[in-house]
Design a protein around this ligand. Sequence first.
Ligand SMILES: [Zn+2]
Ligand SMILES: [Zn+2]
Length: 388
Amino acid sequence: MSNALEPALDISKLVAWRHALHRCPELGFELNETAGYIERQLRELGIETHSEIGRVGLVGVLRKGDSNRAIGLRADMDALKIQELNTFEYRSKTEGHMHACGHDGHSAMLLGAAEALRSLDFDGTVYFVFQPNEEHGLGAQAMIDDGLFDRFPMDAIYGMHNMPGRPAGQLAMKPGGIMAGEDNFSLTIVGRGGHASQPHQHIDPLVIGAEIILAIQSIVARSIDPAEQAVVSVTEIEADGTVNVVPSIVTIKGDCRSFKRGVSETIERRLGELAQGICHAHGAELRFSYRRVFHATTNHPAETEHALAAAQATNPAELVEYPCHPMTASDDFAHMLLEKEGAYVFIGNGSDSVGGCALHNPHYDFNDEILATGVRFWINLVQQQLSS
Ligand SMILES: [Zn+2]
Ligand SMILES: [Zn+2]
């Protein structure tokens, strides 16, 4: 949909921001160069900035009119510990670090929205929230703990993440759980090791562990309501043995995904019961720990409708998917949605050679062709929610 107020976006500037960020990937909270770069761009645009919120988090503020209404738009800034295998000119300059999740694109789109909104009509305040450390799930909470929602009071907050495999520029959302919660577990089986040739004298934690790994496959199949979604994956086995030694201790680690606390609690309970029962049957001891790492990203219904309206104003109907399927990946934007109304949307990164490569892959790249769509989505959302 076009209207007289729609700005002509400077695509080359969006691409330049994105490539500049892509060249200098930084990790976690160590984002001084990245946050500094973004802050300089905001200041050059004449946008008020507040730094060091959640260590290196950044908030830009743009006010118009006299309404008390306010919304927050969030982008993440951090990269990953991955060696980039792309060979294009703007590839990572930092050995072993890479923007493999497209947070460079998210930040560039938010900068683009800030630039465009300066010259557009709305009535209220927009907070541009640049968050550190999404990949380890710590940045959103750090910003909240530093007073994000007290210092910058907003009615709602919105987040957007690119998604390879979806058509380029497609906007997709759903009410309720859109990204899963992530839990990690560790099961340490304490047996009694010894010479590999004398198994009858030992309590072999490897054999017990193998039984446990098979048994816990029944959790999703037999203990979770089929209408719910859950994943239980064993991802690591650690043993202290060598080739001719039955180990004394084996640790099995794994990763669980779910959308509801009750489902997560069922997984935790059944893991403990199954592992404890099997260990007991074999005379081994169990040490069990279960840690909730990411909450499920759960969209609020009204704000999901607002995001849908903005998507419909941005794209033709065939490039809006509602309600979309949830994904079992995780995003710590979930923490923001626990504190504040809001919604999280996917923007398709493309499904072919441009944009189709999976997130966290050494060949991944954010698709520059979707930058303008992301910016227009933010603009439409602001103009609809803060209409003058
Ligand atoms: Zn990621
Ligand atoms: Zn990401």
